[in-house]
Design a protein around this ligand. Sequence first.
Ligand code: GUN
Ligand code: ZN
Length: 431
Amino acid sequence: MLKVFRGELLHFLADPAKVPLEESYQYFEDGLLLIKNGIVEQVGDAADLLPTLDESVKVTHYRSGLIMPGFIDTHVHYPQTEMIASYGEQLLEWLENYTFPFEQQFSDFEHGKSVAEFFLTQLLAAGTTTALVFGTVHKESVDAFFTIAQQKKLRMICGKVLMDQNCPDYLSDTAQSGYDESKALIEKWHNKDRLQYAITPRFAPTCSKEQLDKAGQLLNENPSVYLHTHLSENQAEIAWVKELYPENDGYLDVYDKSKLLGRRSVFAHGVHLHDRECQRLGESHSAIAFCPSSNLFLGSGLFNLQQAQKFNVNVSYGTDIGAGTTFSMLSTLNEAYKTQQLRSEKLDPFQSFYLATLGGARALDLEGVIGNFSQGAEADFIVLDYNATPLIERRMRHCTNVSEKLFILSMIGDERHIKSTYIMGEKVVGL
Ligand code: GUN
Ligand code: ZN
């Protein structure tokens, strides 16, 4: 069945940091998006495409808004939803005092389903249509998440946490049980409908060498699954990894020696990386999830986007709930801009919206599937609202171009500015 949407429309074709800006995106002041059976058929100027349509086709027309692909959140913890805004600590104390005790509850499948339902509703309300998601160490947490995501027909990636040391007994698996349970979850969920699995070692301090090696073995046995972990977020964490792994040439090398780098590997944070580590990430086609609200909340540091770009590392955004303080990708763009201001660097609005859409798809090795309106892509998209509040409505009156509009949306926008969210061409949020 054909569905047609009309309005101001933007999507990316390339990274604005790598090609001339005009070649990186397509913008239609009055555009048309044609969707057939949930898949993008065509995008273009309304003036060109309208005459080709049968007169009986119904057109949904959005005035005063911007149609764009759904946002992609490449690092977030669904079990930490209800512990967002826990006061006063940096990473290691925050994990010990708040996170570990909190994650204990997710041995309960019903509890996991209830939180997953709320979490996914929040994501969709914020315009995020795909996410790479941490579960907890309990396999039930992943069963619960995928059960709800499948009901909602979402493209979601999740995995059971692996951790067998330096954590409470009640959250500990073993190298063998972690491998076995992850393998069973891959068989049960990977590539079922739109769901995909991520092997998820928490981070080097909570994983033995044996566990990381087994994760590498499992990845090698299942090359289409993801690898999702944390990397170089905080100075005390990095010093701890040095103590635990004195033989290795830095933090990334611990993962590298266990064969965890690759096109489907996503490392959250990477705030304090050496050039040689960025080079390895780039040449192995691995990705970094830049999580600005989390990095500011935990006082972790200011991500060096220019360094990552210099070494051709795929970068995308993560909200990192519950160290991150917002589900909103627009608010995440706001925080990202400010981290770059503090580094005396400019973060252009086109670059930022690229990272939130096509950049996310590339980090997840899903270009052509999600992230833009290329023909054949899954039609997950959103409508941003220029009139959501009296303030933005007044501010937009002074805008002369789309770059300014994007910047304003990213500075003062949040969930209120998501007018609608569509999944495979079906409206799930809004008007
Ligand atoms: N490093 C290891 N575990 C975590 C976590 O849950 N959140 C963040 N932000 N960093 C981590
Ligand atoms: Zn995290």
